[in-house]
Design a protein around this ligand. Sequence first.
Ligand code: CAA
Ligand code: FAD
Length: 380
Amino acid sequence: MDFKLSEEHLMIQQAARDFAKTELLPGVIERDEKQEFPAEQIKKMGELGFMGMMVSPEYGGSGMDTVAYALAMEEISKVDASASVVMSVNNSLVCWGLETFGTEEQKQKYLTKLATGEKLGAFCLSEPEAGSDATSQKTTAVDKGDHYVLNGTKNWITNGGTADVYLVIAHTHPEKGHHGINALIVEKGMEGFEIGPKEQKMGIRGSDTHSLMFTDVKVPKENRIGEDGFGFKFAMKTLAGGRIGIASQALGIASGAYELAKEYSKVRKAFGKEIYKHQAIAFKLADMHTQIEAARHLVLKAAWDKDTGENYDLSGAMAKLYASQVAMDVTTEAVQVHGGNGYVKEYHVERLMRDAKITQIYEGTSEIQKIVISRGIMKD
Ligand code: CAA
Ligand code: FAD
């Protein structure tokens, strides 16, 4: 066993940390307030190789492993969880899905631009009446020979307004249940594809979340990913890796809040001493540190499982379940350590607390992670 990060991993971690501090921190409060998408910052992340981290250099990616990706996600999320969800969707749901299951033509046409950040991707599974219960979706992709005709509505889509390429999951043979579902590549601007208004959110307010409406959209057959009927498996396999990304995001939100609370406790004085010298505050910091370390081990273990060819359905779900709970606990305590200052925007912890909540909801709620874990342990 070796718990040390390699030189390369340390370099990537440092590069992401520096980028977050110099490029994301200035303006993060304002972007949150105005619900402003970090367009300039995402462009620079693409130039630095953060938008296609695990994609092979052959397709324009950085050719790194999942551990490197998790480390970078943590550092970016410490400062700006809105930027990190954009990064996460593009990397682990869109690029990974296309590189693993796409055809050579699809990779050349779409992946090469997505991996460099020239284009942005979105992953479209959820619907107004089908979130956790993903197989009950109503969107249809009717087979018309050389193309599909797509009809339906997708809800809550991250990068919904800003993306160029959308991976849309839809039923082609409803009578076959989840075996009749397909995943299609849809481009912004295809006739009949409309983007709904931006959602007004509690947290990750810099990311854009929209409903998408498809009315008789003609999607060429060559835009189907995998064999006919592979769409649900595609979504599940892609989400299994995506959950490691969101677990890393939750870990970053927690560790960002913890670092701020620790520093604040050294400078704020009450009753004649720095507040960390009061045991109640010192014990909060001890609990936060311990929870974060435990979450980090789960996250890196899941990433290692993926990199070494082990099954990561269970470890990824455990990492997401635990790290998202830690994100809620730690950010709430970080606000408490800051007292009244914790409740105002300039100290950052109130935003991190609002951002933390989504990690228990998207890419499978905590209840869904428990379903995946409980089914997984029974298989063992
Ligand atoms: N890998 C491969 N196949 C898998 C799989 C996996 N990890 N998990 C399930 N499957 C397969 C099953 O083997 C089964 O296929 P077979 O019948 O051929 O064996 C098929 O999928 C259906 O599986 P289940 O019978 O277990 O399906 P279910 O209806 O009971 O639901 C579920 C399973 C885990 C609850 C699933 O519906 C689920 O994950 N729901 C949550 C949806 C979700 O995570 N949405 C996230 C949207 S994206 C997002 O949120 C992005 C963002 O925020 C930024
Ligand atoms: P529901 O499924 O209606 O669940 C409601 C409650 O019931 C939850 O607490 C849930 O855990 C619980 N529940 C449901 N079923 C069970 C069960 N069997 N056992 C126990 N409890 C259960 N989706 C995408 O496809 N792409 C995206 O890019 C995307 N981005 C998102 C961004 C944001 C900001 C948000 C808010 C959502 C996003 N989503 C996206 C959707 C997200 O994945 C869903 O909201 C999530 O999967 C939950 O689905 P739901 O909202 O329909 O809740």
